[in-house]
Design a protein around this ligand. Structure first.
Ligand SMILES: O=c1ccn([C@@H]2O[C@H](COP(=O)(O)O)[C@@H](O)[C@H]2O)c(=O)[nH]1
Length: 273
C-alpha cells in the first residue's frame, strides 16, 4: 500500500486506529473453542466488527507461532481474509525481525510476498545491512523499533552513545539507508513526552504507537506531540479492544471500544483543519 492511500483512508474514516490481533486461546470466548480454527474465527469476528473504525490491523506473530503449524495457518487465513475482504486496511506483521542481509531477505519475502503484509516491525540492532533488505520492497513498509513502550526501553534505547540517546541515533542513521522512504518507526504511547524531540528528527515519518489501553498510554498526549499535517500516526490497541468482553457479545464490545477510540481520533483530526 502507498502512504498516500493510508492517509486517504485515515481522512475518510477519521481514524488512525490500528487494532492489534494478539489472539490468545486462553482469553478468547470459550464457545469458540469448539470451532475447527478458533483463532481465525475470533479474528474474523473482530475484523468484521471493527473495520469501520480502524485503518490497520496488527497481528503480533508471537501469538500465532506459539501454536506451531496450526497457529501459522490461522495467521495465513487472517491475512488472506483481510486482503480479500478489506484491501483498504493497512496490515502490519509485528514480528520484530532483522538478521544478516541474506537472512533478512528471507524474512522479507516470507512476510511481504508469501503472506502479503503491507509492513513488518524490525529491530534495528544489527544495523544497515539487516534493515535494507526489507526496504528494497516497493510499496512495503519497514517499521523500525525506535523507542519502545516497555520499561526495558531505558536499558539501552535512552542511553547516551556519542553524545546522543541511542534511539535518536537509530532515527538519524536510518534516514540515510537506501529506500529510507519506506521507513516508519515504533514509538511507545507511554513515551509521549519524547515525541517532540522525535519529530525534530523525523518530522514526516509515520509512527506506529502501541501502548494505549492496557499499557496506560494517553491518546491526547501522543497526538499533541506526534501528529503531523498528514497525521503521521497509527495508534495501536490490542487487548483493550479485542478482549473488551469475553462473552458471546465479544465482537460487539470490541466494536464499541474501537468506535470510542475513533471518536476521540476524530476530535484530534478536527484540530488539523
Ligand atoms: O514498543 C512496543 C512494541 C510493540 N508492542 C506490541 O504492541 C501490542 C500492544 O498490545 P496492548 O495489548 O495494546 O498493550 C503488543 O502486540 C506488543 O507486543 C508494544 O506493546 N510496545
Amino acid at each position: 500500500m502507498k502512504i498516500q492511500d493510508l492517509v486517504a483512508q485515515i481522512k475518510k474514516k477519521q481514524s488512525f486506529l490500528c487494532v492489534g490481533l494478539d489472539t490468545d486461546l486462553d482469553k478468547i470466548p470459550q464457545h469458540l473453542l469448539k470451532e475447527e480454527d478458533p483463532i481465525f474465527e475470533f479474528n474474523k469476528a473482530i475484523i468484521d466488527a471493527t473495520q469501520e473504525f480502524c485503518v490497520a490491523y496488527k497481528p503480533n506473530i508471537a501469538f500465532y507461532e506459539v501454536y506451531g503449524l496450526s497457529g501459522w495457518k490461522s495467521l495465513e487465513k487472517t491475512i488472506t481474509y483481510l486482503n480479500a475482504n478489506y484491501p483498504e486496511q493497512f496490515t502490519i506483521a509485528d514480528a520484530k525481525r532483522g538478521d544478516i542481509g541474506n537472512t533478512s531477505t528471507r524474512y522479507a519475502k516470507a512476510f511481504f510476498e508469501e503472506l502479503n503484509f503491507d509492513s513488518i516491525t524490525i529491530a534495528p540492532y544489527m544495523g544497515k545491512d539487516s534493515v535494507e533488505p526489507f526496504l528494497a520492497f516497493k510499496e512495503k513498509h519497514t517499521i523500525l523499533l525506535a523507542l519502545t513502550s516497555n520499561t526495558g526501553a531505558f536499558d539501552f534505547q535512552t542511553k547516551i552513545v556519542e553524545e546522543q540517546e541511542l534511539y535518536k541515533r537509530v532515527l538519524k542513521t536510518s534516514k540515510a539507508y537506501e529506500n529510507a522512504g519506506n521507513l516508519m518507526y515504533v514509538v511507545g504511547a507511554t513515551k509521549a513526552e519524547y515525541l517532540k524531540g522525535i519529530r525534530e528528527i523525523v518530522p514526516e515519518s509515520f509512527l506506529l504507537v502501541p501502548g494505549i489501553g492496557a499499557q496506560g498510554g494517553n491518546l491526547q498526549e501522543v497526538c499533541k506531540y506526534g501528529m503531523t499535517k498528514d497525521i503521521g500516526l497509527l495508534i495501536n490497541s490490542s487487548r483493550g479492544i479485542i478482549y473488551a468482553s469475553t462473552d458471546t457479545k465479544f465482537a460487539f464490545s470490541a466494536r464499541e471500544k474501537a468506535k470510542q477510540l475513533q471518536q476521540q481520533m476524530h476530535l484530534e483530526l478536527k484540530q488539523l483543519d
